[in-house]
Design a protein around this ligand. Structure first.
Ligand SMILES: C[S@@+](CC[C@H](N)C(=O)[O-])C[C@H]1O[C@@H](n2cnc3c(N)ncnc32)[C@H](O)[C@@H]1O
Length: 223
């Protein structure tokens, strides 16, 4: 046995090897995040497969994603949908959007995925203005400081039963630091308080360990 992190990574690798099928397009997508401003911060293979399963289990036809990067999580979700499914994914980084579009073509999901470039809150507000058809599943995985605002916007774009997944809510336990000067931590803490007080949502959060250390995701359902 090695350090705790070495063990987490070794077990994650074992589970991925046995359970997760990542084809060439997905592997290339993960590598291509090196061409963006924030390389390597995509979800793990296990989390990508989890998101795909969640789309299948819920039968989601419309997915909204905050934070595209190179398109790794978008591809997992888009591939889990029927042909009439749609993923709208939001990212501020035009270079990332360009890389992601290339990856969507290579993965065979370009018809099903729309990338909107700009600050995610503005893009979400535009969707609200356009009276976009409500989304069945929302994945929030952009800048953590604005996560409470992304959740509020998501509620405007949801229907009863919409599933909302929010990544990176544990951050190696730093979520407990009430005096943290890290705006991302304060964003997650504000998110927790918002959900605690909001009767529109049923929620839980699960801690995770693995290739990307100790973190966790929040799962909510719009009542
Ligand atoms: C964690 S990555 C997304 C990873 C992606 N969901 C995946 O797993 O493949 C976060 C992304 O959020 C984007 N981002 C950061 N701040 C943003 C903002 N204010 N509006 C929109 N996107 C933003 C970054 O450019 C980055 O691509």
């Amino acid at each position: 046995m090695g350090t705790a992190q070495e063990d987490f990574a070794a077990v994650d690798t074992y589970l991925i090897d046995h359970l997760v099928h990542e084809d060439q397009a997905l592997a290339d997508t993960r590598r291509s995040s090196a061409e963006t401003a924030t390389p390597g911060i995509d979800v793990t293979q296990s989390m990508g497969a989890f998101l795909g399963l969640l789309v299948q289990i819920t039968g989601a036809r419309r997915v909204l994603e905050f934070g595209t990067l190179a398109g790794y999580s978008s591809i997992w979700m888009a591939r889990a949908m029927d042909d009439d499914g749609a993923v709208v994914t939001l990212d501020i980084d035009p270079a990332a959007a360009q890389v992601a579009r290339r990856n969507f073509h290579a993965a065979g999901v370009a018809e099903r995925v729309q990338v909107r470039v700009g600050p995610a809150l503005e893009s979400a507000e535009a969707l609200i203005q356009e009276q976009a058809e409500p989304f069945d599943l929302v994945f929030i995985d952009a800048d953590k400081v604005k996560t409470p605002h992304y959740l509020e916007a998501s509620l405007e774009l949801s229907h009863p039963g919409t599933v909302i997944v929010i990544d990176n809510v544990v951050r190696s336990g730093a979520v407990l630091e009430q005096d943290s000067t890290d705006p991302d931590i304060q964003g997650i803490r504000a998110l927790m308080e918002l959900i605690q007080a909001d009767e529109r949502l049923s929620a839980t959060a699960l801690q995770t360990v693995g290739l990307k250390g100790w973190d966790g995701f929040l799962l909510a359902r719009v009542n």
